[in-house]
Design a protein around this ligand. Sequence first.
Ligand code: NAG
Ligand code: NAG
Length: 228
Amino acid sequence: MASEVTYAEVKFKNASPAAVVEVPPETKKHKQRRQKYPLWLPWLISLLLLLLCIALVTVFFVAPFSRRGDEPTALQQKFMKWQCVSAVPQGKGWMCCPDGSKHFQKSCYYVSSDRMSWVESQQNCTGMGSHLVVINSREEQDFLSKDLQQLRGENYYIGLRAQNVGEWQWVDRTPFNMTAAFWREYEPSNMVDQKCVVIHRPSGLHDNWNDVKCERHFRICEATIVTV
Ligand SMILES: *[C@@H]1O[C@H](CO)[C@@H](O)[C@H](O)[C@H]1NC(C)=O
Ligand SMILES: *[C@@H]1O[C@H](CO)[C@@H](O)[C@H](O)[C@H]1NC(C)=O
């Protein structure tokens, strides 16, 4: 009985170093098993990447062009011939204006060669998918003034009018901003019978607005540029 106990002790002493030695391979095995991923995992990752690629292609290439299939805007419906410029810096394909109109920033401008009252002028612009021009900045004012210098007309309607004397209103309801108004010297005269506003071309390149009677004058229509 006593010898049996001794034997057991010896075996235990011998075994424990062996167990210590055996520990590293066991942990190694364990590590190896953890690194081993399921066989389907690469497939799943590939599938997700593929779906991501399809999504990106759709967003960046297909979606912008599929807008062609949308309802054309009023402007698009009215004109057959267009002039387009590449819009690469803006990240879109082409920016287009109806043939015969000028392009500046995000608008197309049409300057008439016939004269109408202010109301008829606005109706004519609306009928072409645009409106009488709304001037929002010094840059826009300068572009238009410069462009008009090639022409011979005197007065060109813009989309500004007073319902009551001195209460200036833009056709698109943009709030009238005194500091972005470009009245010619001594204007507006604010007469009861002068409630429509023109660019007076002979006044030159900068401050050339004048309030006039709403009689027959030339007109400038503005429409948002069409991007495709
Ligand atoms: C606008 O005026 C132009 C030039 O007179 C004319 O050709 C066109 O038919 C008019 N459009 C509308 C909708 O009144
Ligand atoms: C009015 O116009 C000026 C000059 O363009 C601009 O700095 C200012 O922000 C405008 N104010 C409003 C209320 O739009």
